[in-house]
Design a protein around this ligand. Sequence first.
Ligand SMILES: *Cc1c(COP(=O)(O)O)cnc(C)c1O
Length: 370
Amino acid sequence: MNKIDKVRYSYLPQQFEDIDDLLQEIKEFVKTGDFTLGTPLVEFEKKFASMMGSKYAIGVNSGTDGIKLGLKALGVGYGDEVITAANTFIATVGAINEIGAIPVFVDCDDTFCMNVDLVEKAITKKTKAIVPVHFTGYMTDMEKLIPLGKKYNLPIVEDACQGILASQNDKNSGTWGICGAFSLHPLKNLNVWSDGGVIITDDEEFCKKLKLLRNHGMKNRDEISLLGYNSRLDTLQAVVGNWLIPQTHDIANKRIENANYYDENLGTLKQITIPPRPEGMKLVYHLYIVFAERRDELLKYCLDKGIEAKIHYPIPLYLQEGLKFLGYKKGDFPVTERHTKDIITFPVDQHLSKEEMDYVIQIVNEFYDK
Ligand SMILES: *Cc1c(COP(=O)(O)O)cnc(C)c1O
């Protein structure tokens, strides 16, 4: 057997190695010309809703648009405040900004999700919605957040883009709030071949509104009910989605298995701290992150040894040039800020071999032994 001397981050070439049957399906599909809101999309939406345990699923352009359309359907707009997590990916904030609303951050805790205890303090008269982010495949504590939303009459749009099949007490991400948004981006756990997203909801009226919003507000060919967007999930990508969706549980389970293996083996090092793994939370490890002493040196050592470790993220959003207008400053979100200095992400995907994980573990050990 070849000795391992590198561990790649992207598994896409491996994932799509054996696709003859899918290409055949695409060939048949192209012949139908059913490209826009076509039959395979309707089929994908049914399957997705059923997998999540929700009544409806609506295919959209991207996860970003999923969040945006969710907020738009609630009537959130210009000058309204939307509370979200300070450590999220830019897309969450972009979605809030696109409808003219103002993102208001709350700090996360060591589960990489918003610290729900800090939400109440962030609520003002202008607050119109809360967007918890199930970051890295952890779950925000929804058992705590839902009653808070009810108390202040604030609807919740879940950013579940990284959390497909994550759950709290067996209730899936995306099914807690009025709606949940998922991303089908190539780097996400359920990934098609371009941008794509899905919104799920149990509310029939809300579903109808989302379907209008994603398709220019067109009730039919001749009548416009409201002003909307061009944000349909490509039916071609729904063909890919239909091919992939039966693998979603296996993908999650393999990532969980890999993460457990890392936890057991990296957790014995005193310089590495494994984040909390709370009772009742099913984490799906879109990212596998641990806290590391001398993080920058460890990252460099791993990269030198061929391991594509990463940092999610080295600069928090609220300190980014492009978000200066929000008026935040260094020190505003201490946990998020500490994370930028002590987190490290290792590959954890379903195509990773035990030998590759052993190599990661060996290199991390080697680094701290020196
Ligand atoms: C990927 C991602 C999004 C956006 O999804 P796209 O499909 O890329 O638009 C939103 N929020 C988070 C936390 C994400 O990771």
